[in-house]
Design a protein around this ligand. Sequence first.
Ligand SMILES: C[S@@+](CC[C@H](N)C(=O)[O-])C[C@H]1O[C@@H](n2cnc3c(N)ncnc32)[C@H](O)[C@@H]1O
Length: 195
Amino acid sequence: MKTTVISSEIQQLETYSKQGDSYTDNNGRYGWRNPIRTDTGSLLTGLVISTAPKHILEIGTGHGLSTLYLASGLEVPYAATIDSIEFDPGVAASTQARMNDCKAPVTVHTGDALDVIAQLEGYFDLVFLDAQKNMYLSHLLALMARNLIGAGTVILADNVVDRQVECQSFLDWFVDEGINHEIIPTECGLLVARL
Ligand SMILES: C[S@@+](CC[C@H](N)C(=O)[O-])C[C@H]1O[C@@H](n2cnc3c(N)ncnc32)[C@H](O)[C@@H]1O
């Protein structure tokens, strides 16, 4: 549910530029910390409301705009949790503080997604991918290899249209595996699938 404090934090973050700050990862790969577009945010909230997941995993926390849209779909009092992964320690710490201020049930894990996935426990019924686009498939396969996701898990991935080239191997995987999926024509393109 969009609590008053989450609503006002979303409004605040929505005033920031959609062209986020830049970062370089441990392997020297360059990226932009672009927050999700407003249409995608509303869709994330709607998908959480309609699928009622108990355990959500987000890869690519950034400043937490998408995290708050995901949290907005959860029932209050919270019976569900969100784990989110961010490799920049400063960004992870400030976003964790933001989530705490909003009383959102979010744990931000600091580290490279593949390293954090290797340590995670539990089972996720909804995953939102929004870190490096050319790593989407690696992140998905790493989650599957550890049985952190499986049959029934909802997979959401941003930027599959505006950055399609980087996402191509990921998109091909859904076709090759015969997994029902849809690309929603949001501003950046959101893949929605169910394993
Ligand atoms: C597109 S931004 C996320 C925006 C955020 N989802 C939002 O809507 O506000 C991608 C984020 O993922 C982080 N990131 C990129 N590659 C990562 C990796 N391999 N492991 C963990 N975090 C990563 C970046 O530092 C950046 O903050």
